[in-house]
Design a protein around this ligand. Structure first.
Ligand SMILES: Cc1cc2nc3c(=O)[nH]c(=O)nc-3n(C[C@H](O)[C@H](O)[C@H](O)COP(=O)(O)OP(=O)(O)OC[C@H]3O[C@@H](n4cnc5c(N)ncnc54)[C@H](O)[C@@H]3O)c2cc1C
Length: 504
């Protein structure tokens, strides 16, 4: 079969890829999307998300541009605050230990609101994340942590909306189509070799956008680049992101870039399956630890659970849990805070213990030194400064004093049974190392030169995240860089086509 020539081939069919495809199409290019997964598993990690998006907004007028359906009643009972570009810059700097690439961060931040409005124009709907990012105090919801909006229907809703628009715009998506290598020579990239429904096929095009995710689902690469024991982590999302796009680009001369030994990893149910389960989505995560304590197999606390709002700590605590003996922890809460626990604590597929006293609970925490656990809780309860009132909406400064590992905020005594406990291990979300791109999302080679006709977006781009990650930035970065990559790829393809037509 002779394959039709496309202006742009996009590798992957998650958020970054579909934003790239839609953007290339609106710029006038013909587009083919190659998706490794079968249709029922398409959309990559993006499908597994809750759809939380971090973007800069100056107040309710900006939010209305993204959520025109906001009601007056919602506005009246909510303090949405602001999340300015400066705050976003501060967060990207602080959270990445000031290693984030400033040019990439600037593109992400300054284009974030505009890209949200663009996504909305493509049929993606958004709503406030009540419950997860705002608690009701004194009759008012107050948002915190810079993440205020999620897509309708979470990740599945986001991916469905992007694919629906792609179909409407005449973009073909091939499933069971695994890109294997780039067709490249001294003049740049001219296509992709892919295995489609088991057949190896050469697909020629003018530009390629790689958006096939990180290497988190490749256990051999995880242990090679992230380090010892990372092969033992569970993968939170898709099984298809095994680093193919990164490998293909590096083989063609691209520069590896970013934090190759870094990744996003969280506390994840100890007995979750090895890869994500779409029926559960992100429900295996356990992110309410700021309101309780976490102990390891020795019965000891090992991390400041209240160091910051959870969306500034959750992405680095997976690694901390992986480094504990036997790679697990138990999260413990008492009745004072149970009503604050996120929905994911009420799913059926959960590793949970409950008891009326701490002593009884100690006997139920699988793998934990019971005596040391009881001593740890007693020491913790005795160390809390009661002078600051507990308030989940602000960093309340209610801390412990004098412990080896202190808790900085939201420290409450564990004294009102029944006590509940949840066992977690490390769940890896996505890897931080990848390819180097410029602010047109064009891939840069090992000589520091632009690689003709090759663009990249999403998880497989390195340079934005180091050590940690502010929640909601993955989808936003994928959308901003995806949209940019699609436009750049289309412009480059259309210019080359003109030259080709003239020459023929
Ligand atoms: C459980 C969970 C919850 C999350 N929650 C959030 C959240 O609320 N907000 C947020 O911002 N981020 C969240 N993230 C992170 C977010 O999912 C990613 O940052 C983002 O989706 C990455 O988008 P992407 O398009 O780069 O990759 P993906 O969405 O993973 O897409 C990669 C695509 O490439 C395809 N592919 C892989 N290899 C090949 C190949 N060789 N050929 C063809 N196709 C290939 C895959 O099948 C997939 O379609 C979450 C992640 C997980 C796992």
């Amino acid at each position: 079969m002779t394959e039709v020539f496309h202006d742009v081939i996009v590798v992957g069919a998650g958020n970054a890829a579909m934003c790239a495809a839609l953007s290339a199409r609106e710029t006038g290019a013909s587009v083919l999307v190659l998706e490794r997964a079968p249709e029922e598993e398409h959309g990559g990690n993006s499908t597994f998300t809750a759809g939380g998006m971090r973007f800069a907004y100056s107040g309710i007028d900006d939010l209305r541009k993204v959520m025109p359906d906001l009601t007056e009643e919602e506005i009246a009972r909510t303090d949405f605050g602001t999340y300015t570009e400066d705050q976003f810059f501060d967060d990207m700097g602080r959270i990445t230990e000031y290693r984030t690439d400033p040019d990439m961060a600037e593109l992400l931040i300054t284009k974030s609101l505009e890209t949200m409005v663009w996504m909305r124009s493509k049929g993606v709907k958004f709503q406030p994340i009540y419950g997860r990012q705002a608690f009701k105090v004194g009759g008012m919801f107050k948002f915190w942590g810079g993440m205020t909006v999620e897509s309708w229907g979470g990740g599945p809703g986001l991916v469905a909306a992007l694919h629906a628009r792609a179909a409407q715009d005449g973009i073909e998506v091939r499933h069971n189509a695994r890109a294997l290598s780039l067709i490249a020579d001294d003049d740049g990239v001219h296509g992709v070799v892919a295995r489609i429904d088991g057949r190896t096929t050469e697909l020629r095009c003018a530009s390629v956008v790689l958006a096939s995710g990180g290497f988190q689902a490749n256990s051999e690469w995880r242990s090679r680049y992230l380090g010892p024991n990372w092969e033992l982590a569970k993968v939170r999302g898709t099984r298809f992101n095994t680093g193919d796009g990164i490998k293909m680009a590096i083989e063609a001369g691209a520069m590896p870039w970013g934090h190759w030994s870094g990744c996003h990893a969280v506390g994840w149910d100890r007995n979750a399956p090895p890869f994500g389960d779409l029926a559960v989505g992100d429900g295996f995560q356990k992110h309410s630890y700021p309101f309780g304590i976490m102990v390891n197999a020795n019965g000891e606390r090992f991390v400041d659970e209240g160091a910051d709002f959870r969306n500034y700590t959750y992405a680095k605590y997976g690694r901390v849990i992986l480094n504990q003996p036997q790679q697990f922890a138990w999260q413990i809460f008492d009745q004072k805070v149970v009503h604050l626990l996120r929905d994911e604590y009420r799913i059926k597929q959960i590793t949970r213990a409950e008891a009326n006293s701490i002593e009884e609970l100690a006997g139920k925490l699988d793998g934990v030194d019971a005596e040391r656990f009881i001593a740890e809780v007693n020491a913790y309860n005795a160390s809390i400064r009661e002078d600051a009132p507990f308030n989940p909406n602000v960093k309340d400064g209610r801390c412990t004093q004098g412990l080896k590992v202190n808790k900085s905020n939201w420290a409450n005594t564990l004294d009102q049974g029944p006590f509940v406990a949840f066992q977690v291990t490390c769940g890896v979300t996505f890897t931080f190392g990848g390819l180097k791109v410029d602010t047109d999302a064009q891939v840069i080679d090992t000589e520091g030169d632009l690689m003709p006709n090759l663009f990249a977006a999403g998880e497989l781009v390195g340079g934005l995240f180091y050590f940690n990650y502010p929640g909601g930035t993955g989808l936003m970065a994928g959308a901003v860089f995806g949209r940019t990559a699609g436009r750049s790829a289309a412009i480059s393809a259309l210019a080359r086509n003109k030259v080709r037509v003239k020459a023929s």
